[in-house]
Write a protein that binds this ligand. Structure first.
Ligand code: PPS
Length: 338
């Protein structure tokens, strides 16, 4: 049996219980030094994932990367779907017709989705492998768990940051709607801060890509910038992907990518993933709209002042050593450094 590139240490049962996870949950560590520089000591870096991910991690790590791929890498709920639709249209000559007809999860597979839901008829790693070039692939994994060929073949990577307080709120609604979580909001937020929900801890995930932001093949942007000036982000992504785009196309894209238009577009609402989850768990999920609220600062009226204080302290502690402030991430622009 080939040796695994990772090893797992189980997390305490009370955490699993709190998050309504059936089955185990683990901290995943690299078994050998990754072929990219990560923040901190790589031997101490871990990523928390439900144990259902374990069968897919080596498959993902050894996935055949193509130089003309485009990868969208994010922490969950940071604007992944929004950026996928944007990038897919840029890569495909603004083919709005196909974009409306074919579900985004088929046009741009979520590579490790088989770790979220096992035994889905549609294996997302095989689907990504079979896709014709140029492919657009989504992943939430931290840099060192991504296919190792990414760091030698250097396909283009778009990383979207979002204020963790807003991402956590969005994740909470997702966890209720998609996973069936019935615990409290405060318990979920503490699990997020403590790095127990899938793909966390959060700050090292962000910081790895932050330190790569000047690399020619990495585009670091934020949900906040997309909200502030979508047209500018579209133009910057087009420049990054070396795609010509007219002002008229920017206008058309801006309309297609508006919150209202994405909310009412079934191809962008993860309907297929919902169906897989329902079929796999045999449970009805509560009414949940994927494109939900779409605002910056949703935490302000969805979190208590105490929880906001805990989040802020946690961010300060994590950023102090790097002399970074939380606003640095939302404001960064690759071509127009503010
Ligand atoms: S996932 O599950 O990780 O792929 O989710 P992700 O796509 O990263 O994030 C979902 C949030 O993005 C919001 N969204 C948008 N906001 C503004 N405009 C547009 N067009 C748009 N499309 C998606 C979506 O509403 C989720 O955020 P919340 O805060 O829950 O509304």
């Amino acid at each position: 049996m080939p040796q695994s590139s990772f090893f797992a240490k189980s997390v305490p049962f009370d955490q699993i219980d709190k998050l309504a996870i059936t089955g185990g949950y683990s901290s995943i560590y690299a078994a050998q030094q990754p072929n990219l520089t990560v923040v901190g000591n790589w031997e101490q870096r871990f990523c928390r994932l439900a144990d259902t991910f374990q069968p897919v991690l080596d498959r993902v790590y050894n996935f055949e990367v193509r130089e003309d791929d485009v990868w969208i890498v994010t922490l969950p709920k940071c604007g992944t779907t929004w950026m996928q639709e944007l990038a897919w249209l840029l890569i495909n000559d603004c083919d709005f017709k196909t974009a409306k007809e074919v579900d985004l999860t088929l046009r741009s597979p979520f590579l490790e989705f088989n770790g979220v839901v096992q035994n889905v008829p549609h294996d997302t790693i095989e689907a990504a492998d079979a896709l014709s070039s140029p492919r657009l692939i989504k992943s939430h994994l931290p840099a060192w768990l991504l296919p190792h060929q990414i760091w030698s073949k250097k396909p283009k990577i778009i990383y979207v940051y979002r204020n963790p307080k807003d991402a956590a709120i969005s994740y909470f609604h997702h966890w209720r709607g998609m996973v069936g979580y019935q615990g409290t909001k405060a318990d979920f937020m503490h699990s997020f801060i403590d790095g127990y929900v899938n793909f966390t801890p959060c700050w090292p995930h962000i910081l790895d890509f932050w330190q790569l932001r000047h690399e020619a093949h990495v585009f670091f942007t934020s949900y906040e910038q997309m909200k502030e000036n979508l047209g500018e982000v579209i133009t910057e992504v087009a420049r990054f992907l070396k795609r010509n785009i007219s002002p008229r196309q920017v206008q058309h894209l801006t309309e297609h990518l508006s919150f209202e238009s994405m909310r009412d577009n079934p191809a962008c609402n993860h309907v297929k993933e919902f169906e897989s989850m329902k079929a796999a768990t045999g449970r009805e999920v509560e009414e949940f709209r994927f494109v939900r609220r779409g605002v910056v600062g949703s935490h302000k009226d969805e979190l208590t002042a105490d929880l906001i204080g805990e989040f802020d302290l946690w961010s300060d502690v994590n950023l102090r050593d790097y002399k970074l402030h939380i606003d640095d991430f939302a404001n960064y622009s690759k071509y127009n450094s503010k």
